[in-house]
Each structure stands twice: as structure tokens, then as C-alpha cells.
Design a protein around this ligand. Structure first.
Ligand SMILES: NC(=O)c1ccc[n+]([C@@H]2O[C@H](COP(=O)([O-])OP(=O)(O)OC[C@H]3O[C@@H](n4cnc5c(N)ncnc54)[C@H](O)[C@@H]3O)[C@@H](O)[C@H]2O)c1
Ligand SMILES: O=CCCC(=O)O
Length: 495
């Protein structure tokens, strides 16, 4: 009864999508010690509800449940897994509005963006349903008489999935969809800020017919270090896939090394966004707005450093500033709001620190520059003449701050763009086809947007180079991260 009342706070058409318990072996359960995580709405700072704060005992139970489910799930036909994933996809479509609302409530992003995330999130289930039936092996001609070589692909086993709050749904389906399609079973540790989207996915998976133990969700906050260690070090787990910050990625990578697990990492970025003087400035401004301010600047592929060639600098800065000044910051559920809050105080403090640091080094504030006191809102900001030694050039801001720097030559800007330890996405605008190829090839990133500020789709290989990650998610490559290639040599064939 208490759960039904609490679910009403969310205002969903189907309140049974709001789950206040973890999900292990097909059962909804509380933490053994009764501890809870309080989840708040970042726009209002009001409590939405609680979920269990689980620990190592529940994590081991979830890993054991996933191990018990693996033999049967891995032996289902690819067509069977395809059909279940397509049912799961259809359920996400059916509950699109509710799932979007959940994201806005726990993450703060505006409702149209949250619904866009659900479309994006569901598209991974559809994509991997298609990939499930295409995990082909090969025949490799043998140099040995009487012999034939064949490879087959097999699921790696139990997979640990750790995800961030900035895409509460899509960062899960991008991993879980591939794992399930490959025949793997999963233990998911959602972020403490946004567990409800993860739990709603578990419920829809159950409704779609995913068997008990194939999807387990272990929310945790206080015990995150022990839980993360178990998820990475357990000998039962064969693969760890993580999306989040680079420092945490390094920690988990080190732990997974103890048993030489397969690892995929999608970590932080520091994307350059370059506008050359031959660019279409209207398109560059529109793309910069999307690329920089989507999710109020809290995406790993958001532009972090905006470099503009001197001949078009003043024009670009004034057109961008005019548009940013017109943003309407507020509660993402309210019509007309263009940008929501940041996720928490630490995020607000980081943006403020980057603004103060740049200004202290000579940058000028063209728009915004301040937080709204006692809220999680930061006024969308444009800074001009940001110097090379500003903190924003070496750290990911993860907030609504467009930092503009003037440059003169292509060589100079490519050097500036590559002068970072990470390399996830990079963007540039130019109408010179030779330059488009040159710059695309010279940027040290995993993904390039040439005359576009948006890359994300289920069908592309998403991922970074340098300290931005290992492996690729989505596209034809994504499912391979959850498969081992086995060689079978047939001898004595009497051929
Ligand atoms: N490359 C990508 O695809 C991608 C996508 C989304 C976000 N990100 C990155 O994620 C970061 C923002 O997300 P965040 O703040 O949630 O990142 P984070 O690294 O703090 O947290 C990510 C996940 O790791 C967990 N975690 C934190 N400390 C842990 C520990 N010691 N052991 C085990 N788990 C731990 C968190 O609870 C969360 O579930 C940004 O750097 C962003 O660029 C990258
Ligand atoms: O935050 C990182 C993920 C962004 C995306 O997939 O579009």
C-alpha cells in the first residue's frame, strides 16, 4: 500500500512501473540491512522516493542468480532472443510517456529530451534484436591437408554493467541490449541519482519474457566501492562494462585486471567544437547550441571547448549569445522550459569554478555566469576569449558553459583540439572538402562530427580513444564486446 501511494507522486499512467525495490532473480527485494537511498528531483529538490541501498551480499546473490540463468539463456536460439528483445522494444514504445516522465523527474532533463532518450534507449533493443541473429562465424581455409578451420561466436557469460545518471535509460540498454542479444546474463548497478529508470527497465524486461536471473538490478550508494569491487573481481563475472567518469573507469579497469576480464569503457570527454571561417555560421551556431547545451551540458559528447577562426569570431559569438540569452531555465516538466537543472550541488560548483577560473585568467562573460542560489540551476553561460591555461581546457565541465577561444590557422587549432588526455568526440564546421577530410583524420577522437553537432544513433560504433575508453557500443561492433570467438579445427576428415 505504501508503495502504491508513493508511486502516485510520479504521476505515471502505469504506476506499477515505479519500483521501490531492487531486482534479483526475478524478485523485487529490499536491502538485507533495510538501508535506503533517497532519490530527489533535481528541479525541486523534493524527495521522489527511496530504493534499497544494497551491499556485497545482495551483489553476490545477483551474480549467482545471473550465473544460474546463463546456461539456459545462452542456449536459447538467436531468433528467440530477437523476439524477446522486440517485445521489450514494443513495451518501451507503449510506455514511452511514462518512461520519459521518470527520466525528467529523477534526472531533470526537459520532457521532450527525456522522451527523446526513451526513443534512443529503445532503439538499442531493436538494433541488437537485429544483431542477435547475425553473430556469424567463419570458415578459414586450412594449410593442412584433411583439415578445416571454423570459428563460432559464443556469449562471454555473466556481465557486470555500471552506468551513469546522465542517460538513466539509454546507457543501460546500449549495454544490456547487446549482452542479452549475445546470450549473456547481467547484473546492473544503476547510479544512485537515477535508479527508477533502471528498475522500470527490469520490470518491462520481465513483462517481455526475459527469464528470472537474466537481468538483475542492484541499487547502491554507501557501499558503492565494495559493490563495484565485487562486480569487477568476482571470478563468476566474465565481462565488465562501464560508462562514467575517467577516474572511476581507471579504478574498475584495475580491479577487472585481477581476473583478466573482458572490459568495455565509455568514459569522459573534452570535445573540441571548431568553426572555420568558411563555415555556414547559421548551421554552426544551431549545432553548437544542440551539441553544447543538450541535457544542460551534461553529456559525454557535449562540446567543451569552442574554437572559432578569427574572421568569423565576433559574428559567431554574438549570434550564439543571442540564442543562449533566450533560453528558459526551469522544471523540465513545465511547457516552454528549454533547459533543466544540473544533477546536484557538486555539478553546479564545478561549472561555477570553471567560470571563475576562466574569468580570473581574462575571459569575459557574454551571457549568464552564475548559478541560481539554493537551487541546482546554473544560468546558461557564454564566455569569450577563454585562455589556453583555463581549467575548462583540461577538464570536462559537464554543464551549460560555452567557452569560446579565437584561433588563426588550421594547424594551430588541431594542436589545441588534440591537447588533452581524452578523445571521445570532436566537431568542426567547414565547407572546404579537402579540409573536412584533413581535420576529420587528424582529430584524436573516436567520433567526428563534420558539419553536425549530433552523432548519437544505435547504428554507429560509439566510443573513444586515449583516456575516453576501450571498445565500441552500438553499430555492428557493439555485440562483439559480449562474444568470444572460438576456433574449431576439424582434422582427419579423409578429404
Ligand atoms: N563515453 C560515454 O559514452 C559516456 C556516457 C555517459 C557519461 N559519460 C561520462 O560519465 C561522467 C558522468 O557520470 P557520473 O558522474 O555518473 O560518473 P561516475 O564515474 O561518478 O559514475 C558512474 C557510475 O559509476 C559508479 N561509481 C562511482 N564510483 C564508483 C566506485 N568507486 N566503484 C564502482 N562504481 C562507482 C556510480 O555510482 C555510477 O553508477 C562524465 O565524465 C561523462 O563524460 C561517458
Ligand atoms: O553522455 C554520453 C552519451 C551520449 C549519447 O549517447 O548521445
Amino acid at each position: 500500500m505504501a508503495s502504491t501511494q508513493a508511486a502516485a507522486v510520479f504521476g505515471l499512467k502505469d504506476p506499477s512501473l515505479v519500483k521501490f525495490q531492487g531486482f534479483i532473480d526475478g524478485k523485487w527485494i529490499d536491502a538485507k540491512n533495510g538501508e535506503k537511498i533517497v532519490v530527489t528531483n533535481p528541479a525541486t529538490r523534493e524527495e521522489l522516493g527511496t530504493v534499497p541501498d544494497m551491499g556485497i551480499a545482495e551483489t553476490k546473490e545477483a551474480i549467482d542468480a545471473a550465473a544460474r540463468a546463463f546456461p539456459e539463456w545462452s542456449k536459447t536460439t538467436a531468433k528467440h532472443r530477437h523476439d524477446i528483445l522486440m517485445k521489450f522494444f514494443a513495451l518501451m514504445q507503449e510506455h514511452h510517456d511514462d518512461l520519459g516522465r521518470l527520466i525528467t523527474l529523477e534526472n531533470g532533463k526537459i520532457l521532450p529530451e527525456a522522451k527523446g532518450e526513451i526513443t534512443y534507449s529503445a532503439s538499442f533493443l531493436e538494433w541488437y534484436a537485429g544483431e542477435a541473429v547475425r553473430t556469424y562465424g567463419a570458415h578459414i581455409p586450412s594449410p593442412i591437408p584433411n583439415s578445416r578451420n571454423v570459428t563460432i561466436k559464443q556469449p562471454v557469460g555473466v556481465v557486470s554493467i555500471l552506468t551513469p545518471w546522465n542517460f538513466p535509460s539509454a546507457m543501460i540498454t546500449r549495454k544490456m541490449g547487446a549482452a542479452l542479444a549475445a546470450g549473456c546474463t547481467t547484473v546492473i548497478k544503476p547510479p544512485p541519482e537515477t535508479p527508477y529508470s533502471a528498475l522500470a527497465l527490469a520490470e518491462l524486461g520481465r513483462r517481455a519474457g526475459v527469464p528470472n536471473g537474466v537481468i538483475n538490478v542492484v541499487p547502491t550508494q554507501k557501499n558503492v566501492i565494495e559493490v563495484g569491487k565485487e562486480m569487477c573481481e568476482s571470478k563468476i563475472v566474465r565481462k565488465v562494462t562501464f560508462t562514467g567518469s575517467t577516474p572511476v573507469a581507471k579504478l574498475l579497469y584495475g580491479m577487472a585486471a585481477s581476473t583478466l576480464k573482458k572490459v568495455s569503457i565509455e568514459a569522459g570527454g573534452n570535445a573540441p567544437f571548431i568553426v572555420f571561417d568558411d563555415a555556414d555560421i547559421d548551421e554552426a551556431v544551431a549545432a553548437a547550441i544542440l551539441c553544447k547545451f543538450r541535457g544542460t551540458g551534461q553529456t559525454c559528447v557535449c562540446a567543451n571547448r569552442i574554437y572559432v577562426q578569427s574572421a568569423v569570431y565576433a559574428d559567431f559569438a554574438s549570434r550564439l549569445s543571442e540564442k543562449v540569452a533566450a533560453f528558459k531555465v526551469g522544471n523540465g516538466l513545465e511547457e516552454g522550459t528549454t533547459h533543466g537543472p544540473l544533477i546536484h550541488d557538486r555539478a553546479v560548483e564545478k561549472v561555477a569554478r570553471h567560470v571563475d577560473d576562466a574569468v580570473a585568467r581574462g575571459a569575459q562573460v557574454l551571457v549568464g555566469g552564475k548559478s541560481i542560489p539554493n537551487t541546482s540551476f546554473f544560468i546558461p553561460t557564454v564566455l569569450s576569449d577563454v585562455p589556453a591555461d583555463a581549467a575548462i581546457n583540461s577538464e570536462e565541465t559537464f554543464g551549460p558553459l560555452a567557452a569560446l577561444t579565437k584561433f588563426e590557422t588550421e594547424d594551430e587549432v588541431v594542436k589545441l583540439a588534440n591537447n588533452t588526455d581524452v578523445g571521445l568526440a570532436g566537431y568542426f564546421f567547414s565547407r572546404d572538402v579537402g579540409r573536412v577530410w584533413r581535420v576529420a583524420e587528424r582529430l584524436e577522437v573516436g567520433m567526428v562530427g563534420a558539419n553536425t553537432g549530433i552523432l548519437s544513433q544505435a547504428s554507429i560504433p560509439f566510443g573513444g580513444v586515449k583516456e575516453s575508453g576501450i571498445g565500441r557500443e552500438g553499430g555492428p561492433h557493439g555485440i562483439d564486446e559480449y562474444l568470444n570467438t572460438k576456433l574449431i579445427v576439424f582434422g582427419g576428415l579423409g578429404l
